[in-house]
Design a protein around this ligand. Sequence first.
Ligand code: ADP
Length: 372
Amino acid sequence: MNTAKPLLEIRDLTKRYGGFEALSGVSLDLRDGEIISVLGPSGCGKSTLLQLVAGLARPDGGEIRLDGKTIASQGGMVPPEKRGVNMVFQDYALWPHMNVFENISYGLKNVKMDKETMKHRVLELMRMLHLDGLDGRLPPQLSGGQQQRVAIARALATRPRLMLLDEPLSNLDMRLRIEMRTEMAYLFRQLGMSVFHVTHDPDEAFAMADRLLILRGGKIDQFGSPEECYRRPASRWVASLLGAINRVKGEIVRTPEGIGLKVGSTVLTGLAVAKNEALTEGKPAEILYRPEDLILFASDGSNRMELRVKYCTFEGKRWRCIAESPDGSDAYLLSERPLERGTLLHAALPKEAAYLYIMEEGHSHAGERHQG
Ligand code: ADP
C-alpha cells in the first residue's frame, strides 16, 4: 500500500454545461483510507464532482489521477468499470428482479472467482451489514434501510480502491439516517476503505468525514478537518452553513482588550477572527454565532449583550426563542426554560464562538443564508 502518495489526486478540475461553469478549478487530494465528505447546498456542484471521478462525465479542464494513473483529462478517459471505483446512489439502484444474494454478487460475475469463495465473501458482507437471513428476498420486500445496506454491500463486494457515495442516506427517515451514518463511518474505517462522500447535510458530513470539502458555486470555500471548519469557518458563508445563523452588525473599534465590534451602545470584544481580515477602525463588520453557543443569564464575561425576547416555542427538551439583538436583528437562541415575551436577557458569547467578518462596501448578502 502506498501511503506517501495520495490515492486520488484532483487537479484544477473544470466542468461546463453549455456556458455555465458547474465546477471551476477544483483541486484536492484524498489519502489512502481517508473519508472526505463534500458538503454544500443543492446546485453547488457536488454530484458533478462525483460523476467526474466515477467516469460518468468528462471534464472540460484539469485532471484526475487514481493510484498515480491519469483516469480523466481532456486527453483521455478510463471507462468507469476500469477505474476500480464503485458508487452507491441515493436511490440504491438495486436490480428489482434479483434477490439480495444476486444483487450483492452481481459485480463478482466478471471477476474470476470460484463459487465457494464468492459465497463466502457475499455472506461475510451480509453479516457485516446486518443482512443475515435475507439472501432470498427481492428489493421490494426490504425496508429502505435494508436496501441501502444491500447497495453498500454490492459496492464493497469487488473491493474497489475508492468508494463513492452520492447522498447515500437522503431517502431514509431521520432516526435511521442518524443510525446509518455512524454505522457506515465505523464500517468503512474498520475496512480501511477510501471514501469520497457527497451530502448536503452538515450532520452527516461531520459524522462521516476525516476532512470536509465545502463547495460553493462550483469552487472550494474551505477544505479541512471537521473541527477546523467548525471552529474557524473560512467565510461567513461557511459559518452559516455550519450553523452560525445569528448575525450582529456593527463597526470595528479598538479597545484596551483588543479588537471589538460596536453595536449601538454595546461593544463586543471577545471575538474570533477567522482569517486575515483587514481590521481597520470604523469598518462595517459582523459577528456570526450559533444559537447554542449563547450563554443566557450571564452575570459577567467580557462579551455581553442584551437581548429582548420576542417569541418562544417548546421544541421538546428545550425552548427555542427569537430575541431582538442590539442591532435590531433577530437572534435565535435556546433556553432550558420558557422565556416570556419582553424579557430582557443578559447573554454572553464565548470568544471562540463569535466569528468576526469584515463587510465589503456595497456587499450584498443575497444567497448567503442557508436553509435548515
Ligand atoms: P449538487 O449535486 O451540488 O446539487 P450538481 O453537480 O448536480 O449540484 O449541479 C451543479 C450545477 O450544474 C447546477 O446548477 C445544475 O443545475 C447544473 N447541472 C448539473 N448537471 C447538468 C446537466 N447535465 N446539464 C446542465 N446543467 C447541469
